[in-house]
Design a protein around this ligand. Structure first.
Ligand code: 5GP
Length: 115
């Protein structure tokens, strides 16, 4: 089952603050931002988790990272820096099973994990 709320956002069936879309990926603001910039970049064709990615997904994964970098520039967080996160499955804390890249920034984000 790969149709999630993110698939519905990609197809325009559920509203979101959409900020970028092309033939491979869609980017929109997280509904519960953890930082001043918190953007989610998702593949248009859903892949449940990073563990399900195959060789054919490589162009999409590359696009996701390039789009994240471009959006960081657009949100003026590229100079100070930012963080990209992909949570995978249960131990990774993944909640929505449609692969997504978090772009977080706009404040110091601290250590990657709490001690
Ligand atoms: P995960 O924990 O799976 O890596 O992250 C899921 C993210 O999706 C969370 O940060 C959560 O706030 C966000 N999210 C969940 N439902 C929605 C929604 O309906 N719209 C938007 N824009 N973000 C959502």
């Amino acid at each position: 089952m790969t149709d999630t709320i993110f698939g519905q956002i990609v197809r325009g069936e559920v509203s979101a603050e959409l900020i970028y879309q092309d033939e491979l990926v869609t980017a929109f603001r997280d509904i519960q931002p953890q930082a001043p910039t918190h953007i989610l970049i998702v593949p248009n064709d859903p892949v449940p988790t990073l563990a399900d990615v195959t060789e054919s997904d490589e162009p999409t994964l590359g696009r996701m990272i390039r789009v994240a970098s471009n959006l960081a520039e657009k949100d003026y967080i590229d100079k100070e820096g930012y963080r990209l996160i992909i949570n995978c499955r249960d131990h990774g804390g993944q909640e929505v099973y449609h692969l997504h890249l978090h772009l977080l920034g706009g404040r110091p984000l601290g250590k990657m994990l709490p001690n």
